[in-house]
Ligand binder design. Structure first.
Ligand code: GLN
Length: 545
């Protein structure tokens, strides 16, 4: 086989969900990238939803937006951060998407009168998409994460696609199973049985893992490695210990310590072209060495319930704060503040005084909005650095309209369509979509140009004249109020030139008060923090001293 052929690694989960499969995929990818290969990653989600945009963050976690405007799973964000790359909609698929395209082809007579049974047509469509993504990303090694856990009905056809690819090209396809080894409190010892069952479940789909990543609270010891080896019919060297970590960016180094990268390449008949995790190592040392704190409060509402917690709902925001803080040699301390608490009891606002900086991230609807507005007023008056992201920008605009311009009943029309002061209003093209109940994938999505105004804090932070940032919204600052806002010292620092849309505003005479209509958190990388997060955390650190 030639070395120019593409290689594929399927990563699946066993025993339970939430094992950090996305981090495992990202880490394998980063590790192989550091060995001189062009690596990319993609995700398959078993949902019928066509994209993640129609799911509530408490249900599914953050909705990550790619530059070409796909509302995807948060794992795509992890791949981008670890690989320092930008992916597109080609790197994500759901059951819904796959069926939709097969049905569309059937309606177009592309199957030429055949009966279109799920097997092989669904797996074939999956394989077509994998190959297509590998082509557009020019990946030499493509890592494919299959959502859910093995043994579930919903990802069977994806496993079937993986099996078929392996059958066609056994030398080019590998399988990694991420499994879990519980340590029951009463027993105090690590148990391997659920993992043995997971391997068997995978075997019954016709797949045998090349590597087993053993997720557990602790490292795997030798006796257990041997037991798994015998019972799961795998070489002990292919059983990799993957204990919990404090910092997710540690994982590639842990795998490297187990020589996983070399082993994968060896099975593919490849060799490392270079060894280069030095910058990554340095970045991690920096994160560990940072002792001085910087404390950031995030005022949000997607806190609780289900499988997901707040940290899932705002994962990109959290990671962006960390990247910036570590760069500045600070230890980030991030606190969740429930916006609704500020509505119930105004005295709770004084809690905000102890933060070095406050963020109101993206959001939707009226629940918690007044609490966010009160929090913004507090930080504006108390000169606490503030960074408003999307809804956090729109609500800052409402707050300034009410308190500074004295438009007491100012509101976003998202909450009150009949407000006398619609300072935030629906984008014109969105009205028709809403009237037709056309909700899925129809917001202003993806990357747009933003021209920066000379002399602003924003422009200094970016150090450039124009930027491209990613969007996800239906509402927008109403240009009618632009002049009055500017007279009040809330100035427009960035505009989308194609449509004259306001993308950034900043308050003069405040240490740091910036609102952005886009989501800068989607473009922050561990080694390259986003310039605005860097400026915000720098202002926060300066406040703390
Ligand atoms: N709800 C607001 C809008 O649709 C903000 C969206 C967001 O924060 N992502 O414009």
């Amino acid at each position: 086989m030639t070395t120019s052929a593409k290689r594929y690694i399927f990563v699946m989960g066993g025993v339970l969900s939430g094992l950090g499969k996305g981090i495992a995929v990202s880490s394998i990818a980063r590790m192989l990238q550091s060995k001189g290969y062009r690596v990319s990653a993609m995700k398959i989600d078993p949902y019928v939803n066509v994209d993640a945009g129609t799911m509530n963050p408490t249900e599914h976690g953050e909705v990550f937006v790619t530059k070409d405007g796909l509302e995807s799973d948060q794992d795509i964000g992890n791949y981008e951060r670890f690989l320092h790359t930008e992916l597109t909609r080609d790197s994500y698929m759901t059951t819904g998407q796959v069926y939709l395209s097969v049905i569309r082809k059937e309606r177009n007579l592309e199957y030429r009168g055949k009966s279109v049974s799920p097997v092989p047509y669904i797996p074939e469509e999956v394989i077509r998409r994998i190959r297509h993504a590998s082509k557009v990303t020019r990946a030499e090694i493509m890592i494919i994460e299959i959502g859910g856990t093995v043994g579930e009905y919903e990802n069977l056809l994806f496993l079937e696609a993986a099996r078929m690819m392996h059958l066609a090209e056994p030398q080019s396809v590998q399988f990694v199973l991420v499994s879990y080894l519980p340590i029951p409190a009463k027993l105090g010892e690590m148990k391997t049985k659920p993992t043995q069952h997971a391997v068997r479940a995978l075997n019954s789909a016709g797949i045998h893992p090349d590597f087993l990543l053993c997720r557990a609270e602790r490292s795997l010891d030798m006796p257990r490695r041997e037991r798994i080896s015998v019972f799961c019919n795998m070489k002990a060297a292919d059983i990799i210990s993957a204990p919990d970590v404090d910092v997710i960016y540690q994982v590639p180094l842990n795998y490297e310590a187990e020589r996983l990268g070399e082993k994968i390449l060896h099975k593919f008949g490849l060799k490392a072209r270079r060894r280069d995790l030095a910058d990554w190592r340095k970045f991690l040392q920096q994160s560990h060495r940072s002792k001085k704190l910087v404390s950031i409060g995030i005022v949000g509402k997607y806190f609780s319930t289900g499988e997901f917690t707040l940290s899932d709902s705002y994962v990109s925001v959290i990671e962006s704060i960390k990247h910036a803080a570590w760069k500045l040699h600070r230890r980030p301390q991030i606190t969740w503040l429930d916006a609704e608490e500020f509505e119930k009891d105004k005295r709770a606002l004084s809690k905000l005084a102890k933060y070095d900086g406050v963020i109101v991230p993206g959001g939707f609807g009226s629940r918690g909005a007044e609490g966010k507005i009160s929090a913004i007023k507090y930080v504006r008056k108390h000169r606490i650095p503030y960074f408003g992201l999307c809804y956090g920008f729109q609500l800052a605009t409402v707050e300034i309209a009410r308190d500074v311009l004295k438009f007491r009943r100012a509101q976003t029309t998202e909450i009150d369509p009949r407000t006398p002061y619609p300072v935030i209003d629906m984008l014109p093209e969105q009205r028709a979509k809403m009237a037709q109940r056309d909700f899925g994938g129809t917001m202003r999505l993806g990357e747009y140009r933003c021209r920066l105004r000379p002399g602003t804090l924003t422009r200094r932070a970016y150090g450039t004249t124009q930027v491209f940032e990613r969007h996800r919204h239906r509402y927008e600052v109403n240009n009618r109020y632009r002049a009055v806002f500017e007279r009040a010292g809330f100035i427009v620092a960035g505009v989308n030139p194609e449509r004259n849309l306001i993308e950034i505003m900043e308050l003069q005479n405040h240490p740091f008060f910036i609102g952005v209509q886009f989501h800068p958190e989607f473009k922050s990388y561990p080694l390259y923090p986003h310039p605005l997060f860097l400026a915000f955390v720098r202002a926060a650190a300066a406040k703390r001293g």
